[in-house]
Design a protein around this ligand. Structure first.
Ligand SMILES: C[S@@+](CC[C@H](N)C(=O)[O-])C[C@H]1O[C@@H](n2cnc3c(N)ncnc32)[C@H](O)[C@@H]1O
Length: 252
C-alpha cells in the first residue's frame, strides 16, 4: 500500500509538470512521437530487405512527406516489395509499368548491381528528386520512359524481359492491353506481377483483367503472380490438366 502511494507521487508530479507546459509544446511532442513511431514501423517492415534499401526507402518517404508529394504514398507497400524482390532474385532485365515517383524502380535497381530496369509512365511525378538519393551506378541502370505501359519496348530488338511488374492505371482495358503487348517479349517462366490484386473494390480493374485474360497464378500479399508460358507450354499444361479428368497423362 505504502509502495503504491510512493509510485503514484512521482507520476502525479510528472502529470502536473506536463500540464504546466504550453499547449504548442505538448502538441509538438506528440507529433514527434507519432513520426518516430511511423518511421520505426516502416524500418521494421522493411528490415529483411537490406540496409541500402531500408535507407533509400526511409529517406525517399521522408523527403516525400516534407515535399507534400502524394505519389510516394501509392508506392509498393513493404510486404509487397519483399515478395517482388524475392521473385526478382537473379533476374537482370525487369520492366515496370507505372513508375509513380520511382521508389520501386530504384529499389529494384538497388537490389541487384547487374539488374537493368525499364519503367513506363505517361506522367513524370518529379522522380528526379528521388533518383538523386541513389548512386550514379544505380541511376545509369534505370531507363525512364514517359509513355503508357502499352507502348511496348522502345527497342524492338531488346533482350527478352525476365520480370514484368504492372502497377499502372489499374483499369481493365489498359491492363489487358499492357499484358498482350508485353507477353511476346518475356522469357518463358518470367513472372508477371500485378499490384493491388483484389477481388473487391477499390481496384476491380486488375482482377477483371486477369480473369478476362484467363491467367492462372497465385496471390502473395496483395500481388497476383502469373508465370509466363509459351504457347507450347500452355498447351501442355492444358493437356496435363485434362489428364486429371481421366485423359492422357503425357504432354507429348
Ligand atoms: C500506384 S502508382 C505507381 C507506383 C510505383 N509503382 C511505385 O511503387 O512507386 C501508379 C502510376 O501509374 C501511372 N499510370 C497511369 N496510367 C498508366 C499507363 N497507361 N501506363 C503506365 N503508367 C500509368 C500513374 O501516372 C501513376 O504514376
Amino acid at each position: 500500500m505504502l509502495s503504491l502511494q510512493r509510485n503514484r507521487l512521482p507520476r502525479n508530479l510528472a502529470q502536473k509538470l506536463w500540464h504546466l507546459l504550453p499547449y504548442c509544446v505538448r502538441d509538438r511532442f506528440w507529433i514527434v512521437i507519432n513520426r518516430v513511431r511511423f518511421e520505426a514501423g516502416l524500418v521494421w517492415a522493411l528490415r529483411r530487405l537490406g540496409w541500402q534499401i531500408v535507407l533509400f526507402q526511409w529517406r525517399a518517404r521522408r523527403l516525400a512527406r516534407r515535399a507534400g508529394d502524394p505519389w510516394t504514398g501509392a508506392a509498393t507497400a513493404p510486404a509487397d516489395l519483399e515478395v517482388l524482390l524475392k521473385l526478382a532474385r537473379g533476374r537482370k532485365r525487369v520492366v515496370e509499368l507505372g513508375t509513380g515517383a520511382g521508389l520501386t524502380t530504384l529499389t529494384l535497381a538497388l537490389d541487384d548491381p547487374e539488374r537493368r530496369v525499364t519503367t513506363y509512365d505517361p506522367t513524370d511525378w518529379q522522380r528526379e528528386r528521388y533518383t538523386r538519393l541513389v548512386p550514379a551506378s544505380v541511376r545509369k541502370r534505370v531507363h525512364f520512359v514517359n509513355a503508357p505501359g502499352s507502348t511496348g519496348p522502345v527497342d524492338p530488338n531488346m533482350e527478352r524481359v525476365e520480370l514484368l511488374y504492372i502497377d499502372s492505371s489499374h483499369e481493365r482495358e489498359q491492363t489487358i492491353e499492357e499484358v498482350t503487348t508485353w507477353l511476346p517479349y518475356l522469357v518463358p517462366g518470367a513472372p508477371v506481377i500485378f499490384d493491388d490484386f483484389n477481388e473487391d473494390p477499390p481496384w476491380p480493374g486488375v482482377s477483371d483483367a486477369i480473369r478476362a485474360l484467363g491467367l492462372p497464378g497465385e496471390q502473395h500479399a496483395s500481388l497476383f503472380v502469373y508465370r509466363h508460358q509459351t504457347n507450347a507450354e500452355a498447351d501442355r499444361a492444358d493437356f496435363g490438366s485434362r489428364s486429371d479428368f481421366g485423359g492422357p497423362a503425357s504432354g507429348n
